[in-house]
Design a protein around this ligand. Structure first.
Ligand code: ADP
Length: 917
């Protein structure tokens, strides 16, 4: 320690100067570090710029041994004393400032009475050595990575890539490592694979879309990402790296930057100081290069497959003819579709597949392509297929590719059958439509709009056959002249409405070339331009002359029928199945005491009794579409009149299901006829009664005689005084019985003489037989006529009037008696008889009245039911009996008939059995 040292320290403004930092007596070296050592290796002095890099040690009284300044492993190099170090190259690592190590290389040489150790900085040298060592490693790894990615199977590729990433990450301690590739649309970036150390943050995931932030990085060299790298402006990039320090390595090929290796949470300079940017790029290149190759290859393969599939689906494919070769190559799918050899075929064989109609054209177009390079586009049909099938159409396109030796013709064939056939069908439909329009009674026309007027601009060809005019004939103004003068106002109104409302429908008459008028139905629509202004009217004329005339005829005839109905004396009406009137004419209204307008809604059944109504509805129920008409005599209780009888004809109207929807009816008042008939019946009845007077006298006389005998006998006994109570009682009982018998006859006579009930009743026909016999039996037997009455008591009911049926039976029996008695006048041995018997089946009951009176002259058989027909002398026969009887049975819905049997006449009364009995 000298005072000079202190002075130097002061000059350097350093306090306090260390003992070993005294100025070098031989001057300060410009570079490196000079140490002055004593014989024991103690550091006496330090000089040179490098000394500022070394760690400072507290100065001691004694010089500090050199080993104090060295890292432990370097102390081995300098065991012993400086003398022993002579001639050796010493690589020494010194403690530097901070935690740094200062690598120096030097040698010793004697200097004065000590040793001078001169040292130079070999940090660069060491770094380079390290780097080259790492580069070797890096190269080796890159080689392995590339080999792995290149050689693995397609299936293993994703796994292998992940493994390689993991290996790289682990080798260089990268917490998060990812490979980003351009996404499918080549628009942004996407994490292809990533690796993350188990304790590292979750920065990325496989398949993650990153967007475009990576584009803002410079793709020429690896980029450091982080706040202290001045990339704040790329906040999106930073966000990508979790705002921590990161490192991004680009990979470029002929398409530019196509991959990035992203290292997250990775301060690359301190973590991998020996790896150069080139090493990183090599490493990434080894991974991304072959990977991209394989991915592209894969995609290419997929695309080829897709195209192949598409070609097969579309029945399309390429073709190619090599220069100067008469052979053509076809895509496999196309060859399969054409059913030819996929390995290529002679041009002529290919042409032979084409329909003869198109073949020559294709050949000539191919030649034009061959010789002049004229591009080829042609639609051709394939040969074959039967006529019914639509032909297969192909579009053939071709062009020249390449030059000279490489010149070839190539193109494709596309199956366009669908389009072509559709076009043909459309064209055919079009033609048919044109035809139809031309031949139809419709005319299509166009009228141009010009300053508020509509001027004919087009007529379809059908104008000529329809009206005989042409477009020229219908020029401006001329059309109006052709319209019927009475209809011109309508035409103007039609044009105004068309312009106002955009569409119109009108009907007017137009004159044809021969001067005849046609009724035209005109339907037109106005077309407007984008501004909404009228451009033209498109319309249709339909010749409706026939329809219009027919409609007029119908209207006229309807009118005639209306008058007929209105003025008819008959009642005419329409009503629903529930008997509610929908229409009725005046006569009906008059009967019902209202006006025709009041009739709709009136219930026709309200004039009938419940029973009549039920019978009426039942009769309607029997109407069918096949037998829609039914006629009957109906009776009603009309306002202001007691009973009305109408002959009523109903015609049912049925819908398509056979359901009755309406009834149309015509009726006539039959009340007067009915009345006179009733009177006739009554007088016939009276006549019958008169006839029966004889029989009746006998009927009454008989009991009177019996009673008289009884009374005479009783009086005789009384005279004798020989009266016993028993005897008296017996006689009185006998008298009482006879009184009852006489009363019964008189009663019956009274009932019989009455007018018939209004309503038909249900009764058993047997009761009529019984009643008849009670009147006639005694008289008949008295005249020696044998009555043969068979069992007639079945439980059946017929509808009608029991007294009227009795009247019929009386007539028949009286007629029979007359015939029998007149026969016996001629032959006294003749034994007359009358048989009455009955039979029935499901629907009807038949009562027979037969005699052995010799029957009726066959020539008269047809006439005996006529009124006033009689073979009896004037004053005896009325000729009404059978005719009235016939009417009565007919009115009951039955039938009276006669036939000659072996011995005489046999009358039959057939009556329908009442359904609700
Ligand atoms: P009338 O008895 O008053 O002549 P009818 O109408 O009852 O009138 O009979 C018409 C005619 O039919 C008779 O005149 C008779 O000639 C004939 N006739 C009716 N019944 C018989 C019968 N049972 N046998 C033969 N003739 C008969």
């Amino acid at each position: 320690m000298t005072s000079g040292d202190k002075l130097f320290g002061r000059l350097l403004k350093r306090t306090p100067p260390a003992a070993h930092e005294l100025p070098d007596p031989l001057g300060s070296p410009a570079t490196g570090l000079h140490l002055y050592l004593n014989d024991d290796g103690g550091v006496v002095q330090m000089a040179g710029p490098l000394r500022h890099l070394l760690a400072q040690f507290k100065p001691q009284d004694q010089p500090l041994p050199l080993s104090t300044y060295l890292l432990p492993h370097s102390t081995l190099t300098i065991e012993g004393r400086p003398r022993e170090w002579q001639g050796l190259l010493l690589d020494l690592d010194f403690f530097g400032l901070g935690e740094q190590t200062v690598h120096l290389r030097g040698w010793v040489q004697p200097q004065g009475n000590g040793w001078l150790m001169q040292l130079i900085d070999i940090a660069d040298l060491l770094l380079e050595r390290q780097q080259s060592r790492h580069r070797d490693v890096c190269q080796l790894i890159a080689g392995q990575v590339s080999e792995q990615v290149r050689a693995c199977s397609q299936v293993r590729l994703p796994v292998i890539v992940s493994e390689q990433l993991q290996m790289i990450a682990q080798r260089w301690h990268i917490p998060c490592l990812a490979l980003a590739l351009l996404d499918d649309e080549q628009q942004g970036w996407q994490i292809h694979r990533q690796y993350r150390a188990h304790d590292a943050p979750d920065l990325w995931h496989d398949g993650q879309r990153l967007g475009t932030p990576l584009d803002s990085l410079n793709g020429a060299a690896p980029q450091r990402v982080g706040a202290h790298h001045g990339l704040d402006e790329h906040s999106r990039v930073q966000a990508l790296f979790g705002s921590a320090e990161g490192f991004a390595v680009p990979y470029s090929d002929e398409r530019g930057v196509v991959a990035w290796l992203l290292c997250g949470f990775y301060p690359v300079d301190s973590a991998a100081p020996y790896l150069t940017e080139r090493d990183w790029m090599t490493l990434l290149g080894a991974l991304a290069g072959p990977l991209l190759g394989r991915l592209r290859e894969q995609q290419h393969h997929l695309q080829l497959e897709r195209i192949e599939a598409l070609q097969t689906l579309l029945g399309t494919g390429w073709w190619e003819i090599l220069a100067g070769d008469a052979h053509i190559q076809l895509a496999p799918a196309l060859a399969a579709a054409l059913n030819v050899n996929p390995g290529g075929l002679a041009l002529e064989d290919w042409l032979a597949q084409i329909h003869p109609a198109d073949r020559d054209e294709l050949r000539s177009r191919l030649q034009a392509l061959q010789q002049h390079g004229e591009a080829l586009t042609l639609s051709v049909r394939l040969r074959g297929g039967n006529n019914e099938q639509a032909p297969t159409w192909y579009r053939v396109q071709g062009q020249v590719i390449g030059n000279g030796k490489f010149r070839r013709l190539a193109g494709f064939m596309l199956d366009i059958s669908d389009i072509q056939n559709q076009q043909q069908r459309a064209a055919a439909a079009h033609a048919r439509l044109d035809n139809l329009i031309a031949s139809s009674p419709a005319v299509i026309y166009v009228q141009h709009y010009h300053e508020g007027a509509l001027i004919p601009a087009f007529f379809s060809a059908s104008l000529q056959p329809l009206l005989g005019w042409s477009l020229e004939d219908c020029g401006s103004g001329a059309l109006i002249e052709m319209i019927h003068p009475d209809d011109r106002d309508r035409y103007f109104a039609r044009s105004r409405q068309l312009l106002r409302e955009g569409s119109v429908r009108a009907r007017y008459r137009l004159r044809d070339r021969h001067g005849e008028y046609h009724w035209l139905l005109d339907e037109a629509k106005l077309l407007r331009n984008d501004l909404g202004l009228p451009v033209e009217a498109v319309g249709l004329w339909l010749d409706v002359t026939e329809a219009t005339l027919a409609a007029e005829q119908v209207k006229k005839s309807e009118e005639r029928y209306r008058i007929l109905v209105e003025d008819s004396p008959a009642m005419i009406c329409r009503y629903r199945p529930d008997l509610i009137l929908t229409f009725g004419n005046r006569p009906l209204a008059t009967y019902l005491e209202c006006t025709p307008e009041q009739l709709p809604g009136v219930d026709l059944g309200s004039w009938m009794s419940a029973e009549q109504r039920a019978a009426f509805v039942q009769r309607l129920g029997s109407l069918t579409a096949e037998h829609p008409v039914s006629t009957a005599e109906i009776s009603l209780q009309l306002p202001g009149r007691e009973h009305a009888w109408w002959v009523w004809s109903d015609r049912g109207v049925f819908d398509e299901h056979g359901q009755l929807i309406e009834v149309q009816a015509v009726g006539r008042d039959n009340t007067e006829v009915r009345r006179s008939q009733q009177q006739l019946t009554q007088s016939a009845k009276m006549a019958t009664l008169g006839e029966m007077a004889t029989g009746l006298a006998h009927e009454i006389n008989q009991p009177l005689n019996v009673m008289r005998m009884a009374i005479v006998n009783v009086l005789k006994r009384l005279g004798n005084g020989d009266v016993q109570v028993d005897y008296l009682t017996d006689k009185l009982n006998r008298i009482d019985a006879q009184v009852q018998r006489a009363a019964k006859v008189v009663d019956h006579m009274r009932v019989f003489g009455r007018r018939s009930e209004i309503e038909q009743q249900l009764f058993n026909p047997a009761s009529a037989i019984e009643g008849t016999l009670s009147l006639l039996a005694e008289g008949m037997r008295g005249k020696g006529v044998d009555l043969r009455i068979s069992e007639t008591g079945f439980e059946v009911q017929v509808r009608g009037y029991v007294d009227q049926l009795e009247q019929v039976l009386i007539n028949l029996m009286v007629n029979a008696r007359d015939a029998l008695l007149s026969k016996r006048e001629k032959d006294s041995s003749f034994k007359p008889w009358i048989a009455i018997y009955a039979e029935r089946d499901e629907q009807s009951v038949r009562l027979w009245v037969e005699d052995n009176g010799g029957g009726i002259d066959p020539r008269l058989l047809e006439r005996i039911f006529e009124p006033f027909f009689t073979t009896k002398p004037i004053g005896v026969g009325t000729g009404l009996g059978l005719s009235v009887s016939y009417g009565i049975i007919d009115n009951m819905g039955g039938e009276l008939s006669v036939r000659n049997s072996v011995e005489g006449a046999r009358f039959c009364i057939e009556l329908p059995i009442a359904a609700d009995a």
